[in-house]
Write a new protein. Structure first.
Length: 323
């Protein structure tokens, strides 16, 4: 994210920025790169809707306060336990969605798009969207390409009315080792990147773990680093990044602090993630934040004030008390 600095020469001088940093004599205002100003982000995604995703993977994530993204194919979901590889049922998926997991689209039958026309790909996507909406009650807004096969035309088609599609990932399964997991985390934190883990089988199926306990140990490590790593669903992180990069902030000084007006151009029905505002300011003892009439919880971390806000809800008023 580019950083630009401007000096405010007079009070109430307004500055616009796009994903940038604003400077005045004593403060800087910007939207955090990731939720709560974390260093990096991870999304755990699970392909193919295997039955053990609901009985093993989801509970293990929940133990640690995490939620995952589960890409399903409706054709196999409807077969359930009678499928060659047992699949989750619609009832199990509804429960997972209620618990905060993302249930999303991996095409209707998992056919290789290399062998399909663009119209057939569209049918695979739309049929699965409709089945998930009918059975889960939420329209998928992300997409995962079967066999990870995609062309520019397929990406354009699949991206319509979505916050994102999975175009890059790291396989975590049979190749997993403690060293590989450790390097992945180290690289993400050093580079400040979003890591997307791709998992199929846990105990069985394609690319299943040779020892599932490696995965649980990895999740424990991530939990111990939760002050630095944001674990969010694919939808949450993809939407946050798009909103963060789209937002413009109009900032003016007041007698007691700042007035910040966020402006967005993305579809507010599709992009619904709250964003984290960061105000860098020395010597702040207390801070009070309101967006419209709604007080926003804020906390001070070192020389930063952090709070989550609704990018569509209008002006934010920030008042400071200094030490």
């Amino acid at each position: 994210m580019k950083t630009l600095s401007f000096f405010i020469l007079v009070s109430f001088f307004c500055i616009f920025c796009t994903g940038t940093t604003l400077s005045a004599a004593d403060w800087k205002v910007y939207v955090a790169k990731y939720r709560q100003d974390k260093t990096c982000a991870i999304s755990y995604t699970f392909d193919d809707g295997l039955a053990e995703h609901s009985t093993v993977a989801a509970p293990e994530l929940e133990k640690r306060g995490f939620r995952g993204t589960f890409w399903i194919c409706g054709y196999y979901t409807e077969q359930g336990a009678s499928s060659k590889l047992p699949r989750m049922t619609w009832g199990e998926l509804r429960k997972m969605a209620k618990n905060g997991h993302e249930i999303s689209n991996h095409s209707w039958t998992h056919k290789n798009a290399k062998r399909l026309t663009l119209e057939q790909v569209k049918t695979e996507i739309e049929k699965n969207d409709s089945a998930i909406f009918a059975n889960i009650g939420a329209m998928p807004v992300t997409y995962c390409y079967p066999y990870n096969y995609k062309t520019d035309e397929i990406v354009e088609l699949a991206s319509k009315n979505r916050v994102g599609t999975r175009t890059r990932q790291i396989s975590i399964g049979s190749k997993s080792t403690p060293q590989r997991f450790a390097k992945w985390l180290d690289d993400l934190m050093k580079k400040g990147e979003w890591g997307v883990g791709m998992t199929h089988g846990i105990n069985y199926g394609y690319d299943a773990f040779k020892e599932p306990s490696l995965f649980w140990e990895h999740l424990d490590k991530v939990k111990s680093l939760e002050d630095k790593i944001w674990v969010g669903t694919f939808r949450e992180v993809a939407a946050y990044i798009r909103e963060r990069d789209d937002i413009r902030l109009k900032v003016s000084e007041t007698k007691k602090g700042l007035t910040i007006t966020p402006e967005m151009t993305v579809d507010k029905k599709l992009f619904t993630e709250p964003l984290t505002m960061v105000i860098e300011c020395k010597g702040v003892g207390e801070v009070f934040v309101k967006q419209g009439r709604k007080p926003l919880p804020a906390h001070i971390s070192g020389e930063k004030v952090l709070f989550d806000f609704n990018p569509y809800a209008g002006k934010i008023k920030v008042s400071f008390k200094y030490k």
